[in-house]
Design a protein around this ligand. Sequence first.
Ligand SMILES: *[C@@H]1O[C@H](CO)[C@@H](O)[C@H](O)[C@H]1NC(C)=O
Length: 220
Amino acid sequence: MASAARSAALRVLLLVAVAIAGALSDPTPLQDTCVADMRAATPVDGFACKPQSAVVDEDFFSRAIASAASTANPFGANSTRATVATFPGLNTLGVSITRVDLAPGGLNPPHSHPRASELVMVLQGEVLVGFTTGANRLFSKVVRENELFVVPRGLQHFQLNTGAGDAVFVAMFDSQSPGVVTPTFAMFSTKPAMPMEVLTKTFLTGEDQVNAIMSKFAGF
Ligand SMILES: *[C@@H]1O[C@H](CO)[C@@H](O)[C@H](O)[C@H]1NC(C)=O
C-alpha cells in the first residue's frame, strides 16, 4: 500500500476508534482494578484508586440490592442503588445497577439519567415501562418476569406497576454513576424554591394550582 493510502486508512481507523470510545458512557479503565478510595483527599472525576495492597475480595462484592426496600410512601416505590457511591468496586468499570420495588399501582415517576442508558429486567410482577423522546413520542411496553426493556441514555422514562401484586425490577446502567433528574422534584422541591413566575408560566396556570401541587412535594 502506498504510504499516502496507508495514512488515510490509519486516519479512518483512528476516527472509528474515537467514535466507539465516544459512544461509551464512562471512560475506559486504565488498569485492572481501581477500587474507589472514598476517603481520598484529592478530588478527581470519579474516585482515586485504593492502594493495590489494600484491595480485598469484598471490594468486588455487594449486598446493596439484596433486600426489598419499603414502598410505604405516596409513590408506592423505592429505588435501592448500587452505584460507585455504595459499591466502591464499581469505580472506573462503567456499570452500575439499581433495584426498584413497586407496591401494586406503585410508580417510579418520570425521570432521566444524564450519564447512562438503562436496561430494565423485571424480576417479579408486571411493569409498564415507557420513555419519551425529544419529539415527545412515547414508547412503552408492559414488561413481565425475565423480560427486558431498554431506555436510551438521557431520555425521560417511568415504571408503573400494572400487576395485581408487588413488582421488582433491576435497572442496569453503562455508568458507575448514572445520575438521576426527576423533573417534578426539580421543579417543586428545589432549594432554594423555583421562582413562582417560572412555575406558573411553565404550567400555564395560576399560583393557587402551583401551590396546591407544591404542598404535596414539601416532604421530599
Ligand atoms: C426506601 O427504603 C428504605 C429501606 O427500607 C427506607 O429506609 C426508606 O425510608 C425508603 N424510602 C422511601 C421514600 O420510602
